[in-house]
Design a protein around this ligand. Structure first.
Ligand code: SAM
Length: 248
């Protein structure tokens, strides 16, 4: 009798473990399908905004990264059901994880190569940094809100992007010690292009950032530095970003 009770106990335990495991697998598969559907929506939006972008699609490697990185792992628990909508979501501290379409466009504009070194200003959740890590050799990211920076580092580690270099600080000044960078992306809006970032961009490098003011017209701007150090800027499309804060 004791043996049978023992056997039933272990069967129940194993059954529960299998149930938990299979529901996890089903949920992950559902998220994967949602990511694929999201890429379809972004492709349509890219086509709809082709006059701004001056292109009808993005690099397929950018879409592959979006299909791979688990955005639901970078948002608070309460936002997980909405993680694969094509919109920004709150990540706390008055900050947001950017709209996936914007993440895709900004990443594409950098034209990253597998050997590139990239700087991101505004780590937020860490999601964009993970996308960059799929396309470049090394990623450096700076966040000014300490708590967010710490959470982002945990998110990146948990999802397999622990090689991304994170730092708490004012990204306006860039990351001098690790400069120069082939690509720089700024995910908060400033009234002007921060001169320290321009300096830390490699000749031949590209920087993408929103320029303008909060609640006013903002434009996503592509900055290129040619091999002789000459700077060219191009307005890409109107956007809406949280402000680049700090004492600069
Ligand atoms: N890239 C983020 C992601 O994938 O979740 C979204 C970034 S959110 C739109 C902008 C972030 O920039 C916020 O987390 C904000 O705290 C940060 N930020 C604002 N000013 C900053 C500064 N001077 N230096 C570094 N980070 C800054």
């Amino acid at each position: 009798m004791k043996r049978i009770k023992h056997l039933i106990f272990w069967l129940v335990v194993i059954g529960l473990i299998l149930l938990l495991f299979s529901s996890h697998v089903i949920a992950e598969d559902d998220f994967r399908q949602q990511r694929h559907a999201l890429v379809g929506i972004i492709k349509t939006q890219v086509m709809a905004t082709r006059d701004y972008l001056k292109q009808e699609s993005l690099d397929e490697r950018v879409f592959d990264a979006l299909r791979k990185v688990p955005r639901h792992e970078f948002v608070p628990e309460s936002q997980r059901p909405y993680a694969y909508g094509n919109w920004p979501l709150s990540i706390g501290y008055g900050q947001t994880i950017s709209q996936p379409y914007i993440v895709a466009v900004m990443t594409d504009l950098l034209k990253l190569k597998k050997t590139d070194r990239v700087l991101e200003v505004g780590t937020g959740s860490g999601y964009q940094a993970a996308i960059l890590a799929e396309l470049a050799d090394s990623v450096y990211t700076i966040e000014i809100v300490e708590e967010l920076g710490r959470q982002a580092a945990e998110n990146l580690k948990r999802t397999g992007y622990g090689a991304v270099h994170t730092r708490i600080g004012d990204g306006y000044y860039g990351w001098e010690k690790e400069a120069p960078f082939d690509g720089i992306v700024v995910t908060a809006v400033a009234s002007h292009i921060p001169p320290p970032l321009l300096k830390q961009l490699k000749p031949g490098g590209r920087m993408v950032l929103p320029v303008g003011a909060q609640f006013m017209t903002q434009y996503l701007v592509l900055v290129t530095k040619d091999v002789d150090g000459k700077i060219t800027t191009r307005q890409i499309l109107p956007v809406s970003f949280v402000p680049l804060t700090g004492k600069h």
